[in-house]
Design a binder for this molecule. Sequence first.
Ligand code: XMP
Length: 584
Amino acid sequence: MESPQIIVLDSGGQYCHLIARKVREFGVYAEVRACETPAEQMESAKGIIISGGPRSVYEPGAPMIDPSIFNLPGATLGICYGQQLMAYLLGGDVQRGEKGEYGMAMLDVDAPSQILAEVESNSQVWMSHRDTVKAVPPGFTALAHTSTCAIASMENATRKLYAVQFHPEVAHTHPGKQILRNFLFNICGCHQDWDPSQRIPAVEEYIRKTAAGRKVFFFVSGGVDSTVAYTLCLQALGPNSVHGAYVDTGLMREHETDFVRDNFARLGAKNFQIVDARNEFLAPLTGITEPEKKRHIIGEQFVAVQERILQSGHYTDDDWILGQGTIYPDTIESGGTTKADKIKTHHNRVAGIQRLIDAGRIVEPLSLFYKDEVREIGRELRIPDELLDRHPFPGPGLAIRCLCAEAKGEAQRIDEGYILPVHSVGVQGDERTYRPALALDNLPADELHATELINRLSNINRVVATVGSRVPMNFMHGTAGTITDSRLARLRRADAIVRRISTESGFEGKVWQFPVVLLPVGTDQHPDSIVLRPIDSVDGMTASTVFMDPALLERMVSELMAVEGVCAVFYDLTHKPPATIEWE
Ligand code: XMP
């Protein structure tokens, strides 16, 4: 493709690459470029989209664009930071936010426009920002607002300049596709020049080129991504050239190893082994509480196991490369583009893996795709639904759902509830946050309550409701837990209970993922609590909380409260953003 109709300028946002994907889904070719790309290199584009990003326009070194793009013949759409940058450069007023607006918001349309054509008032949109546009630049009209954002969209149709503060590219923004369609076809006049159905032959070609006659050694986890990536390699190179290994890290869910053993035989895997490495993973995790440290240890341990297997199998550097089921969110969340913030280091992005990437010894067939695309590819490859429809499960396994704390701490009473003495990871305004959660006494009646609390209280990034407890909250404290066999067994037990009840009741099919998390919060006798985190998503980039039938919840809670050592059960009410799906 010589010159893309749409160019997406990367300001470091979590969803930058997703914008290009969504444009291509309309059959319009789009490419991501560095945000400082000179305007004269984009003269032939029909449209330019400026992505969101983690910085404020006032920060020294904040991503900058060439302002002459506003005079190009094509149209420009600014998204989130892109709207702020447009306002800032063209004489509007951008103010630094004291607090932000994260996750769900309702959009009200105030004026007719080209960019919001056919968008109705009271539409659900997804936000993730701190700074806001307070006054539009001369020649612009403000088009819409939410309860916390007075200028949620603006346009200057004469100059073909458009902007939105929210994210039309994410699945949770209901009118998102309409807005992109308005921009691509009505405003930019794009035509269809891209066929997304040709991806499997292209990926197989990429695998053959990258392998260049060498064998591929592949770690599989039993999850969707590695299964699909492994099958693509089998198909591209043939079963004699692909060796697979499943590593039992000791951080897996109940019966996972048996599941993998049974299913991989059915995929036609010839050279496939199951490696017991439980001690190799657990020993270095002893006493570690910091979540990024846990992730690095696990990722590097995978590299060490791989080296051990390859040495014992007499492979040499010249005749093998490593295959991984990395998908795009693993890359972007690990801070894998020049300006994006690191939210968390995915297990397939640690330093040892980076060395192999730099040496050209890694093949990652799915690295540009998202989970929903991976499932579609898997169906085209006729992988059984039983494997494809599995909920995502992170490579580092239960270790990231087993929260740790170094020191004991007290829960702090505030008007709204109790601030728990544990921190978890969030993503707010495209930036990583690491903050405590607020525990409410009960489930709130209003779905927006948790969002409103996090927008207002800047020291928290999650809200949970207490749905079961042995003692009142003021009798509980932080219990300083680390990763131990007994805590892992407790979490594995709780996870198995939740999975069994979810499967039996059909709730499993109503959610995209359902992490069960262990918190070191309780009493001396019952030192841990459980968090239920059922969410809905399409691609894992944004997520919304899913509520459960009260009778089903009661059944789950009563079984969980009977697990040895469990003091309380909490229900996570937080969308992504502001929280991530996992707790860490
Ligand atoms: P977060 O927690 O960042 O997760 O909202 C988004 C999705 O990614 C999964 N996840 C991982 N998957 N290796 C993986 O293979 C990892 O290190 C990892 N960390 C998070 C998470 O379960 C969710 O589906």
